[in-house]
Design a protein around this ligand. Structure first.
Ligand SMILES: *Cc1c(COP(=O)(O)O)cnc(C)c1O
Length: 434
């Protein structure tokens, strides 16, 4: 089957995510024939470095022999079973491991199959917990510039107009507060003060504070200090508001530590995980929560106190096998330690971008590096030019507005880091300063 016909057949029947389909009149879709390691290969034999880890999910490259073998092995015993009333070994083992890896106070796992659903679980549970103790607290606080997914509840917590604006009238109740402007402690303290003012006045009607720890990924890779998380966590305790850590994008080593919360030394009431959890192989998400939360729902049958939330594919055994394989790799290959050298190297390369006079806000947190192109309006879609240049030269960069970022699979080599970042450098040098 040739490339052209696949493109045409796709457009006849498919509507792609996060895409204005009319763009494909000019910008061709790229059918991928196969993916291996950090490379995607099309039908003409062009190879692209997957510099965005296939939307931040792929940690160890495509067709990783070990993850693949573990999924295949799982296929020989069971692929998926109903997860109410039944259980299986891969999920029990995965849960034990997640409980061990995450902050001590998190002892129970509630599963779903995508990030947005994990957020829905966390906010429903938080609200319901309060109901169980006779309090009605329908509001949630989240940060300016945040992103928590695109189902209605998760969308309500987010603050990115492009995803949200068209649905404003149908969203749930949320309050926005300032995200620290940069990585300085001064801005962290300022933002915490703002949060305190809100909690002081309205904590009685607020169930939870929801936050993307350290990096707001969809919000143009905006980064801030761990101090803010520490202060916000203290405030949440003081005002009896849950702290929900949305580690869907930053979990599993992205920020340099296994989980971003570790860098602030905090103990959130909920932690939502997805994306990297299966190394990008299968959909899975989980919310980790406290014993106290669990206990508040634990009673003789009472329909008002039970958490009657479910998804058909909850606890999929193949996904759990992939997740266990991912955790094996973290253990066996000393991934976090090995990433340290790569993080340093990416940082060094990133500094070279300061020679370009058409960019600003060069920033890095762990295995995420970013900068902004200066002087263009979003509607000029300057990122698209970088995207096209990247594709022509073998690198899949997918800018967020004017933000160019690197978020590669951890198996990227030093030479491939060169190729990825040098290509972006060339692309940006070709853009006239405005
Ligand atoms: C991607 C993302 C989500 C939503 O996850 P989906 O699986 O796309 O629904 C939520 N929060 C953050 C921080 C994310 O990056």
């Amino acid at each position: 089957m040739d490339n052209l016909s696949l493109k045409e057949r796709d457009l006849r029947n498919i509507w792609h995510p996060c895409t204005q389909m009319k763009d494909h009149e000019k910008l061709p879709l790229i059918p991928i024939k196969q993916a291996e390691g950090i490379y995607l290969e099309d039908f003409d034999g062009n190879r692209y470095i997957d510099a965005v880890s296939s939307w931040w999910v792929n940690l160890f490259g495509h067709q990783h022999p070990y993850i693949k073998s573990k999924i295949v092995e799982q296929l020989d015993s069971l692929e998926h079973i109903i997860f109410a009333g039944f259980t299986h070994e891969p999920i029990v083992r995965l849960s034990e491991r997640l409980v061990k890896l995450t902050p001590q106070n998190l002892t129970k796992c509630f599963y779903a199959d995508n990030g947005s659903s994990a957020i829905e679980v966390a906010i429903k549970m938080s609200f319901h917990y309060n109901k169980n103790r006779g309090l009605t607290k329908p509001y949630f606080v989240s940060l300016n510039n945040s992103y928590h997914g695109e189902t209605i509840g998760a969308l309500s917590l987010g603050d990115l107009g492009i995803y949200k604006k068209s649905y404003e009238e149908m969203l749930i109740k949320s309050i926005k507060t300032d995200v620290p402007k940069d990585k300085s402690e001064e801005e962290a303290i300022k933002a915490a003060k703002k949060l305190k003012e809100i909690l002081k006045e309205r904590a009685f009607e607020i169930s939870a504070f929801v936050v993307e720890p350290l990096v707001q990924c969809a919000g143009n890779m905006h980064m801030y200090s761990p101090l803010f998380l520490k202060l916000a966590s203290e405030l949440c305790k003081e005002f009896d508001v849950h702290f929900i850590a949305d580690e869907i994008a930053v979990g599993f080593g992205r920020t340099g530590s296994m989980f971003a919360c570790e860098q602030a030394g905090i103990k959130p009431d909920f932690m939502a995980l997805s994306k990297g959890i299966t190394g990008g192989y299968l959909p899975l998400s989980v919310v980790l929560l406290t014993e106290e939360m669990y206990d508040s729902f634990y009673c003789d049958y009472n329909e008002h106190k039970s958490f009657l939330h479910s998804h058909s594919y909850t606890g999929n055994a193949l996904a759990c096998a992939a997740a266990n394989a991912v955790l094996d790799i973290f253990e066996n290959d000393d991934v976090l330690n090995k990433n340290r050298e790569k993080i340093k190297y990416i940082g060094k390369k990133l500094n070279e971008f300061s020679k370009l006079n058409n960019i600003e806000n060069i920033r890095q947190t762990g295995m995420i590096a970013a900068f902004d192109i200066k002087g263009f309006e979003p509607k000029e879609r300057i990122g698209l030019r970088v995207y096209e240049y990247g594709l022509k030269n073998g690198v899949l960069l997918r800018p967020l507005g004017n933000t160019i970022y690197f978020m590669p699979p951890y198996i990227i080599t030093f030479e491939e880091i060169d190729k990825m970042m040098d290509t972006a450098y060339e692309a940006v040098s070709l853009i006239e300063r405005k």
